[in-house]
Design a protein around this ligand. Sequence first.
Ligand code: DGJ
Length: 770
Amino acid sequence: MAGAIHKAAVLNVSAPAMMHHCPSPETLLRTVLLLTGLTFVSDRLPAAAPVRPLPQLSGWVLETSVSSYIIARNEQGGLQQVYWGGRIDSPEELTAGQFPKTLQNLVFTAGHRDEIRSEEYPGWGGARFEEPCLKVTLPDGVRDTVLVYHSDRIDGDRLELVLKDIRSDLLVRLHYRVYADEGIIAKHAVIENQTGHSVTLESAQSGVWNLPMDRDYRLTYLTGHWGGEAKVIREPLHQGMKVIESRRGTTGFESNPWFAIDAGAAATEESGRVWFGALAWSGNWRISIEQTSWAQPRITGGFNPFDFGYRLNPGERLVTPPFYGGYTDRGFGDASRRLHDLQRNQIRPHGREARLRPVWYNSWQVYEVDVTEENQKALADKAAALGVELFVVDDGWFNLRKTTGAGLGDWFPDRDKFPNGLKPLADHVNRLGMDFGLWVEPEMVNPDSDLYRRHPDWILRFEGRPLTSGRGQYVLNLARDEVKEYLIKALDTLVREGNVRLFKWDMNRLVTEPGWPEVGGAGQRNVLVQYTQNLYEIVDRLRALHPGLEFESCKGGGGRLDLGILERVDQFWTSDNTDPLDRIRIQEGFSFAYSPQLLMGRVAPAFNKRGYQNVRLHAPLEFRFLVAMMGSLGLSLNLNELSSDDEATARKYIAFYKTIRETTQRGHLHRLSSLRERELAVNQFVAANGSQSVVFVLQHWQEFYNVVHPPVTLRGLEPTATYRVHALHPEKLLTVLDRATGAYLMQHGLNFRFAKRDLEGTAVVLERLP
Ligand code: DGJ
């Protein structure tokens, strides 16, 4: 039965509607205008809507400034993605026959090639052997799901397509949103159970991106580990499946939910066709990159099906995370800049209105958990004098926290360290003109805490099984509403009492034993999805209570960077690794996917409190400042021990940073040279309005063999404009010039001369003259 349905599931390429389609009114109007020579009027036609029906294809087009995405209905009502790539103007004139390559391979109707391809949201059932978007077990054990079109709704830049299973009242609402300026489309699915019975979702994906059939694609993705985040990996896409994922309960260091695929393995930073995407989920996620035997790349993303088995009761719905996808023909640099714009304009809190990230200080590398009211006040005095704007007290301020083995869960000040609470310190910090920030790790509890003694049942666990303890702490079951409410109340109290402007929200272990004995049975399989949903709700509700409140997402460094958490946080802690050379690589790796503004940089002391070495000892303080300010600048130097020279350097570089941060934080990044390929890292930022550009040039080491650095040719300037050139260290510029045209700077470039020394760096600022 199912086989018969699937065999017939082919686009009806000879349907009359497709052979004799009517031109759209806009096309007709353009034709008339062209024939009558009145082309000037057509220039004033309103821009086409970003989402439009395509009746001749029984489909829809989602159109951005640079790309088109086309979905069509087949004869059996299934939805198929027929195109995603560079923008096709006037898609109203397309016919199904114009996609022969794709269509021929949608379904092979004979023999062993009887497979269904390029579906927009395939359920698992029938002749579908590739990664499904939805796999369901019905109460009677049936696992066959065939989704057909039910209805659609267009609302401005949004499209909703509703699918329904052919035999049951299982509905899937596919939601799309077009970010036309950024050239990115978001999709997610809502699965609704109207069957009257509980069903088990074995796999629930946000969607699948199908690339044009072709060979020689290349995949770029980010891997890593604690202290070594965001390593850029490039490898050819071969037939088979590559999986990047997290099974550790949170986003994870091991891979990041971002990918880029370039055609012909030929894209550079500035040229070439690149499809890219990112999944917005901070729990267990998976992106599977599949190259079929018919050279069809498919990228499926959503909840990780590993240990999923989500129970959906009658009347319930499950919302999958947004899966963003974009296309550019201008290389990896443009792909990154589009994502940066999307994050800053559309995803993070306050969007375009968000304030510049302040220069911040963090106590961790100086005091670790030994913070007190007195030592923090003394640090704050010194930080304010250097130009710091946000003072963050890290770990150690709360009940019982004399070591890292106690106190988590008790979110009130330790009476020995802060006898009068946090208010005196917060007031002091505010009086110095700085905002007050506080470290918390709300998802955790130490066995040695009042909270655990009161509520040992609030942790994730499988009853009677061994319990894994990481850093001496257990994971609270955030899925429980009483845990969620406890945390909201505790953090809300802190904001009120300490005038907290920013929480650094940390998370220092892996999620293990994800059980919830009180729920019992199969229902507890939902726990990790609900955990992440409640994590989001806690932050959302605190933000609603305190509209000025900000958050930093930290997971022992850069273990929780994703677009789901970014909807509710203002910045990311990039890495616990604060060595400047490693940081150049880590910040560059993350910059493929995330705006540098969101990546906190930090100038660290050479050694931490326990004598652990934070930085290469020969790394000059100037070099460390330059690296840190390519993200959003922060410091954790031991200000009590700074020499007067170092203090002057710190003051000078913080003041310099404030003159360029509008450009580094809100402008566009061009990665001109990478330590992955050369001994020189060069990053250029161009202000959003083009008025300023900043070039950071950082030498890893100098080769005696190749003693001359090639000139640095710039990007993104106006060829005919003239720029005033300010070199932070004029002696490091070989070229003697105080002004130059954009054309000169982009064609001839700047020549740098560094001492024969490791870790030399400088910056050049270009101001466009009126
Ligand atoms: C891990 C974070 O990444 C560090 O910055 C610091 O906050 C420690 N946790 C504190 O325990």
